[in-house]
Design a protein around this ligand. Structure first.
Ligand SMILES: *[C@@H]1O[C@H](CO)[C@@H](O)[C@H](O)[C@H]1NC(C)=O
Length: 186
């Protein structure tokens, strides 16, 4: 009898702890988290990219055009397809393009909202891209903008871009900006 009781208690425990949870019916999952690798650095790489961004608003072939509002005023918006070069000179080797837009998003006309994709066309990153979404207080020497994602070799990218104006032509509005981009990606 004593041994029967023990056995029955054991079965009850097995039922409660092992079988019951599997009988609970759940709906399809809205989100799921997969166990990550033990050490993130097994799959994550850190890359540093350095290039110059040429924002050409003047001349016959501008790469930035005003599409809304007034230039240098609150709301002023431009669409860009700016070349990214290896060196600071305009004729330097093109390594990609910055495609997207910027808007004067501060009332005092001192800061831009930048929404752009860096599309790379050289070396191992040819065909890969990085997406930048950030605030650009362009009067400051160095501005930091978040890298919010990427494609190709930059899948799962996140990081930051540091922008520093190296040339600004007050007459034409053309600018050359040095970019240092640091990204973690797969
Ligand atoms: C980059 O990739 C494109 C498309 O695959 C190719 O046509 C082009 O030649 C490549 N450029 C370089 C510099 O490898």
């Amino acid at each position: 009898m004593a041994s029967f009781m023990t056995c029955s208690t054991l079965f009850t425990l097995i039922f409660i702890f092992l079988i019951t949870p599997s009988l609970i019916v759940t709906d399809a999952k809205f989100s799921e988290q997969f166990p990550g690798p033990k050490a993130n650095h097994d799959v994550e790489k850190m890359s540093h990219l350095h290039f110059y961004f040429h924002d050409i608003v003047s001349g016959k072939h501008p790469t930035a055009i005003s599409v809304a509002g007034r230039k240098n005023e609150f709301g002023g918006t431009a669409i860009i397809d700016d070349p990214l070069t290896e060196g600071v000179k305009h004729g330097s080797k093109v390594v990609g393009r910055a495609q997207g837009m910027y808007s004067m998003s501060s009332l005092d006309a001192s800061s831009l909202l930048m929404v752009m994709n860096f599309e790379f066309t050289e070396g191992k990153y040819n065909g890969s891209s990085l997406s930048v979404l950030g605030r650009n207080p362009f009067l400051e020497t160095v501005r930091e903008m978040p890298v919010v994602g990427g494609s190709g070799l930059f899948r799962f990218a996140r990081g930051y871009a540091l922008a520093k104006t190296v040339h600004y032509n007050v007459g034409t509005g053309d600018a050359v900006v040095e970019y240092n981009v640091f990204v973690m990606h797969h």
